[in-house]
Write a new protein. Structure first.
Lengths: 310, 286
């Protein structure tokens, strides 16, 4: 319980210290009335996000039949096929966050510096908003139709003498799923990294050039260090997004790769051994703990990024 | 500050002319830019083309007469409406309030609204089904309530970008000096100025509701995406054609909003309208 409380309450509880720190300058009473404006939002988030998460955490330590406190759910969830699932999920998420992170940042920078091509910017940004929400069976179909074992692109590559399936690639393995995940991860990266790029002031570049810096020197000593915290923060966000994806992996692999999100869903669908009903909640708790660790680093990186950006 | 920035502008113009080394470096930019965008274009468009070729364009017409198509579409449409209404009613006042009165909380609000991207919907729906009262569990509106949460990362960012591109303080002060109250200011001054941002948020929420499969299927409601999957087992071609069609329609809608919004903003003297990022108009501190 203690552990989960820090997990779930952390984002909400940040509010109070931050506010009171600002408020102590003036009267505390006025600070409280000022907070009244965000009460509806706080209540909604609590009901829709916080309480369900707490329910998961509590359920993870409950015996499904007697309701008594137990560690057996957690024990099962951290061994055997479920441990494999968590490991595979993490590997997949690392693959599907680092590569799209770099690629997405490059795309964002390409359209960001294209000052005169504002139409291009709008096309890429709006497309990103739409593609970032694309997933599930339709997305799986797109890739089966193009990268399946006898599909269009695979055929083209075969014609030029490149048989990707002989070279160890398969759409239905981790690397294949990662390739498919890029389809919504890259647009997500473009969306979340753009505000950070905007903070990169042209004046810095001009100052560096006035001091005789070359392009690589500018990136090595000015642009890179300023952007790095934001970039890493956004990659962490992609990691969480990949970890939480379910519909696409399910549609593509139908459970042949053990992934935690698919395993949790199978508990909900009723494919469960008697007495293990709450193992799904323990798995969920495990995911939330991983996500919480990721988000702590995200917040720290954002705080560091704020030093220079905005 | 002014002379320096004037100098910078002058220098940049000179550089673009190709006179000095900076100019030569800048002109080499487009090469890598086009390479990146070309790779991205191939990666994103090729699977679309392959899928359309595989499905066959003529499959489109027949999808509308399939059993279950209209009920599923209607359910998703109602969910989209309720989700949009709640999101806007909840997020716009909150975002405006935080921007005006509690700017110190902006970063926190940004952090909280990003959470639904990383919290697995699979996990969330398990918890939601456990704690929600029975009456709500049996109704599809539970999904709408949760979609508000799922849509927050996108909705908040769109609204936030809209607010940042406005001079909020001047607008509200001018409005209140003319005797307007909070609600009047929000309704008659801020909302019209935020039109593009709100439309973008709406389209993104609609895109989310019409694409969300995980929660709907685990909550056992046949929304449009769930219907596509159920139907997929009978006839893959048609349902894929339908979902690609939906994707393109949503994207064109967003483009239209942004283009019209930019044109309008230009007429009224505003800056460029972006979906998630605000075009910086002031250069204070540079």
């Amino acid at each position: 319980m203690a552990r989960t409380d820090t997990v779930d309450v952390a984002p909400g509880s940040l509010a109070d210290p931050g506010v009171t720190r600002v408020r102590t300058v003036r009267t505390v009473g006025r600070g409280i009335t000022r907070l009244a404006g965000i009460v509806p939002f706080t209540v909604y988030i609590s009901l829709g996000l916080l309480i369900p998460m707490i329910a998961i955490a509590v359920g993870a330590f409950k015996n499904p039949n007697t309701g008594a406190f137990t560690f057996s759910n957690v024990d099962i969830a951290t061994h055997g096929v479920y441990l494999t699932g968590i490991r595979q999920s993490v590997i997949l998420s690392v693959l599907a966050s680092v590569i799209p992170g770099i690629f997405g940042a490059l795309i964002a920078y390409a359209i960001f510096t294209a000052k005169r091509a504002s139409l291009l910017r709008q096309v890429v940004i709006t497309a990103s908003g739409v593609f970032a929400n694309f997933g599930g069976v339709p997305l799986a179909f797109l890739f089966i139709a193009s990268f399946g074992s006898s599909a269009l692109v695979t055929g083209w590559l075969n014609d030029i003498g490149l048989n990707i399936y002989n070279d160890g690639f398969s759409l239905y393995t981790l690397s294949g799923v990662a390739l498919v995940y890029m389809y919504f991860q890259v647009p997500l990266m473009v969306l979340v990294i753009l505000p950070a790029l905007e903070g990169l002031r042209p004046a810095w570049r001009e100052a560096a050039e006035n001091l005789g810096a070359r392009t690589w020197q500018y990136w090595r000593y000015v642009g890179g260090p300023v952007l790095m915290p934001s970039f890493l923060g956004c990659v962490l966000l992609l990691f969480g997004s990949a970890l939480s994806a379910y519909a696409t992996a399910e549609a593509l692999t139908a459970g042949t790769i053990p992934l935690t999100s698919i395993q949790i869903a199978s508990f909900l669908n009723g494919n469960v051994i008697a007495g293990q009903e709450n193992v799904g909640k323990a798995l969920g708790l495990g995911m939330v703990i991983i996500i919480a660790i990721v988000m702590v680093f995200y917040v720290l990186l954002q705080r560091r990024a704020a030093k220079w950006l905005r | 500050m002014a002379p320096i920035s004037a100098l910078a502008v002058g220098r940049r113009k000179h550089g673009a002319g190709g006179g000095e080394s900076a100019g030569r470096r800048r002109t080499s930019f487009p090469v890598w830019r086009w390479v990146i965008l070309l790779i991205a274009g191939v990666y994103f468009l090729l699977p679309l083309y392959a899928a359309l070729r595989f499905a066959g364009i003529h499959a489109f017409g027949t999808v509308f007469v399939q059993p279950g198509f209209w009920p599923a579409l209607w359910l998703s449409a109602r969910l989209a409406i309720i989700t949009t209404a709640i999101t806007l009613a909840l997020m716009v006042p909150t975002a405006v309030y935080v921007h005006l009165r509690l700017p110190g909380l902006r970063r926190l609000l940004e952090g909280i609204t990003i959470l639904p991207i990383v919290i697995p919907p699979v996990v969330l729906i398990v918890g939601v089904l456990q704690v929600s009262p029975g009456a709500l569990k049996a109704s599809p509106w539970l999904l709408g309530l949760e979609y508000v949460i799922l849509g927050m990362p996108f909705a908040y960012r769109a609204i936030d970008a809209g607010l940042r591109s406005l001079d909020l303080k001047t607008l509200t002060e001018a409005s209140s000096s003319l005797g307007a109250g909070w609600l009047t200011t929000l309704w008659r001054v801020l909302l019209p100025n935020l039109r593009t941002a709100l439309l973008s948020a709406t389209v993104l929420i609609v895109a989310l509701v019409f694409g969300e499969f995980t929660m709907a299927s685990l909550d056992l409601f046949v929304t449009f995406p769930v219907w596509i999957v159920l139907f997929d087992q009978l006839n893959a071609n048609m349902s894929v054609a339908a979902s690609i069609f939906a994707l393109v329609v949503v994207w064109l809608l967003l483009m239209l909003i942004v283009v019209v919004g930019t044109r309008q903003a230009r007429r009224t003297g505003g800056g460029q309208v972006n979906l998630f990022t605000a075009a910086r108009t002031d250069t204070k501190g540079n």
